[in-house]
Design a protein around this ligand. Structure first.
Ligand SMILES: [Zn+2]
Length: 489
């Protein structure tokens, strides 16, 4: 379809129109292939709006965006650019899921939003023309998004995914981490449980039957079940029961493990489900991978381990294996829950995180420790240890994951008497990293940006004060380098 983009004159220089057109074209191809339906409208317009309340909105054939997200600056960090990409892909997914088929009532808002969110990250991870540079960023970015869902689900204000919604005024309150972050995470889990082929078969059946109509959760689940049965036909998955336990309850499960061993060999391994405060007492079925690390950091992943919907699940696949140095539940991040890392493994990751080969597993470790922090199972005073593992890390999405928790720790989780020392440690870390990354000006600027919120002590402040007087140059700890600060900074 033809595309146009509109922006106010004053931001025209910041507009990445070629990227917008390119992402759109690549993504429409991807959705058409997987949904089995052509793009249902005759054009795609992109309209950048000032002071827009939401990130973007999927009007039929005409996406309206917040211009502050899409084109406020010429310099965007990698996490911002990843988000830029998935926002477009999210709105495009709505052209099918939302516009071609629409939920009957707001209680199924998650059907629109979780689907659009999850599929946008799949489209991003798929890569292809124009999306290639974000390919490896997609699930790293999503890991932070998932943590938003998990955090909201741990609060007293949590709610079922299939929410109650008395009237349209209430619907606004459903725009939260549960509808977006948790819902999308559960679709990702469901896709892992069903397999991509069965899932997309179900989606194709759904669009074929319900296009240009309104639907409910029951319709959606029914077609996914049909897709699963026609593809695999093993009778192993009852999706109505899955929906009851995951979508019509609230709160995540706390997931731990216990094992016995003889002479260094595992003789039994059990996964235990518990409950979290403010959550319903329900055991839930899900499929995850479990990673084992040995002392030489070799990683072995045990895949598709199904946790049953009961308190204890035996895992015979792990019996007979050597006792590992560290265990990572939910490696590669398909599951949803409060996965607790044991003390020995925590020490291992605090020492070795930077050396893990798989970037996504770094994000999983960081995410699990940060959720444990929220649950008072990991002390905020240890965050600088975790942060130090990021000294050689070039990936901005991973640095960002730790950074967001540093900000929270600073204001919420630290004992007041520790805040000053903490600020100094964090500011020094980002300043030292900025010096170290001088060969990569974008990463250097990213680190400087992160340092600002923690620079409270006199020494740092007087150093920063001089930067204002020397345009194009800054001096950090006696080292002079080229850098131009933006107005925001
Ligand atoms: Zn949406």
């Amino acid at each position: 379809p033809p595309q146009r983009v509109f922006v106010r004159q004053s931001l025209a220089n910041n507009l990445r129109h070629e990227l917008i057109f390119g992402i759109t074209k690549t993504t429409l191809d991807y959705y058409q292939k997987n949904f089995g339906q052509r793009y249902p409208f005759s054009k795609v317009d992109h309209v950048m709006c000032p002071d827009y309340k939401y990130g973007a909105m999927e009007n039929v054939g005409c996406i309206t965006y917040s211009d502050s997200i899409m084109c406020s600056s010429q310099q965007m960090s990698i996490p911002q650019l990843t988000f830029f990409c998935v926002v477009i892909q999210h709105e495009l997914a709505h052209m099918w899921f939302g516009n071609l088929v629409t939920m009957q009532w707001w209680n199924d808002l998650w059907l629109n939003e979780s689907f659009a969110t999850a599929l946008s990250y799949y489209a991003c991870a798929e890569g292809g023309p124009f999306v290639e540079e974000f390919k490896n960023e997609s699930w790293l970015h999503f890991a932070n998004y998932k943590r938003w869902g998990l955090s909201d689900d741990l609060q007293p204000t949590n709610h079922n995914i299939e929410a109650e919604c008395a009237n349209t005024d209430v619907s606004e309150s459903l725009i939260d981490g549960i509808t977006y972050g948790k819902g999308a995470s559960l679709l990702k889990q469901l896709i892992f449980l069903m397999g991509w082929k069965a899932f997309t078969n179900g989606i194709k059946l759904y669009f074929k039957e319900y296009k240009w109509t309104n639907t409910t959760l029951h319709d959606f689940i029914g077609k996914l079940q049909q897709g699963y049965d026609e593809t695999l036909g093993d009778g192993k998955l009852n999706l109505e029961s899955w929906a009851d336990k995951w979508l019509r309850t609230k709160g995540p499960n706390k997931i731990t493990y216990e094992f016995q061993h003889e002479e260094g060999v595992i003789t039994s391994f059990k996964i235990r489900q518990g409950f979290c405060k403010f959550g319903d007492e329900v055991f839930r079925k899900q499929s995850i991978n479990i990673g084992f690390f040995d002392q030489y950091l070799n990683f072995e992943e045990h895949q598709n381990i199904v946790i049953q919907d009961r308190e204890l699940t035996e895992v015979p696949q792990l019996v007979g294996l050597q006792v590992p140095e560290a265990i990572l539940m939910n490696s590669n991040d398909h599951g949803f829950g409060v996965f607790i890392i044991d003390d020995k493994s925590i020490r291992f990751f605090e020492e070795n995180l930077s050396k893990l080969e798989n970037q996504l597993n770094k994000a999983v470790v960081i995410g699990q420790l940060l959720i444990m922090l929220r649950q008072i199972l990991y002390p905020a005073t240890r965050l600088p240890i975790l942060l130090n593992q990021m000294m050689d890390e070039p990936n901005q999405n991973l640095i960002n994951a730790v950074y967001m928790s540093l900000v929270q720790a600073q204001s919420i989780y630290l004992p007041p008497e520790n805040v000053q020392k903490f600020n100094k440690e964090v500011a020094d870390f980002f300043l030292r990293k900025a010096v170290k990354e001088r060969a990569d000006p974008k990463l250097q600027m990213f680190c400087l940006d992160k340092a600002f919120g923690f620079m409270y002590d006199e020494e740092n402040l007087s150093m920063a004060a001089k930067w204002v007087d020397t345009p194009g140059k800054i001096e950090i700890f006696g080292e002079e380098m080229e850098a131009t600060l933006t107005e925001d900074q």
